[in-house]
Ligand binder design. Structure first.
Ligand SMILES: [Zn+2]
Length: 288
């Protein structure tokens, strides 16, 4: 599933081609893409609009349109956005934006979980406030902020990182990679982090995401960039999908477990498992 680095890679590729382009026609071939809004309604909202900017929030790709509206797209499991100049329809084509002049933006999706919605710009902040937390590469993510988000949470660190309302944009791959960089065990209760753990985790998140960006994303399943090409992050995974291989830091065997229903890879030797902080008994040791 595309995560922040994959969506950002697509955004950076699309930005020069789409900014200032006019949508001459929009075709939605799959009603699931726009559900519960009817495809015709979305086609009408897009047709004739000019794309003012291409942005990203978390794992969402945003086409900011003139006339104060935004097309927000989420690729989910197998969605791809392809910039096409050849005029050939790829498999699993679900929607087409014909651009004035030259080119088409194609949305393909084998498993059809991808989604798009048109939002009024003055409702964008409200829309994302209920879906996304802090942007990890914006500079807003600090160790202190991570500790604040994690405070009192018993959920394992892996689940904490997958929750988009805390830190936005992290999925299964980059959660594993960030936790390995931070030397923290994925099953540690999130609220057990001390300030220095939060600092290391913050650095681990940023470094893992930046590695993903540098390599054009990870193509272990259906992910392709807007040119239909694979990223190479999978060649640089420290632990993700590497069960049985030696840990690049300490040499111990990397293990696989399942956390929150997701395959989770970690080094049992150098990723420290934090203990839940003992709860202070009422009245004990706190008198005065
Ligand atoms: Zn290790």
């Amino acid at each position: 599933m595309p995560e922040l680095p994959e969506v950002e890679t697509i955004r950076q590729q699309l930005e020069p081609a789409l900014t200032g382009a006019r949508i001459a026609a929009a075709r939605v071939m799959d009603e699931r893409w726009t559900r519960p809004v009817a495809p015709a309604e979305v086609e009408e909202a897009l047709t004739g609009r000019t794309i003012a900017a291409v942005e990203r929030r978390g794992k969402y790709l945003l086409l900011r349109l003139d006339a104060g509206r935004t097309l927000a797209m989420h690729l989910r499991m197998t969605g791809n956005l392809l910039l096409d100049h050849a005029g050939l329809d790829p498999p699993y084509l679900r929607a087409v934006l014909e651009l004035s002049g030259d080119g088409r933006l194609l949305f393909t999706d084998a498993r059809r979980f991808g989604h798009a919605t048109v939002i009024d710009d003055d409702e964008l902040d409200t829309y994302f406030a209920g879906r996304l937390g802090v942007e990890p590469l914006s500079g807003a993510l600090t160790g202190e902020e991570l500790c604040r988000l994690a405070a009192g949470r018993r959920a394992p660190l892996k689940s904490f990182l997958l929750n988009q309302l805390g830190v936005a944009g992290i999925g299964n791959i980059y959660a594993d990679e960030a936790l390995h960089r931070a030397a923290l065990h994925p099953l540690s209760p999130a609220g057990s982090m001390k300030p220095d753990d939060c600092e290391r985790l913050r650095d681990g998140i940023v470094q893992a995401l930046e590695a993903g960006l540098r390599t054009g994303g990870a193509s272990i399943d259906d992910y392709r960039d807007s040119r239909g090409e694979q990223g190479t992050m999978q060649e640089e995974f420290l632990v993700h999908t590497r069960a049985g291989e030696p840990c690049p830091r300490c040499g111990a065997e990397i293990r696989r477990t399942v956390v929150a229903g997701r395959s989770t890879y970690f080094c049992p030797s150098c990723q420290r498992r934090l203990r839940r902080r003992p709860r202070r008994r009422a009245g004990a040791g706190t008198s005065g």
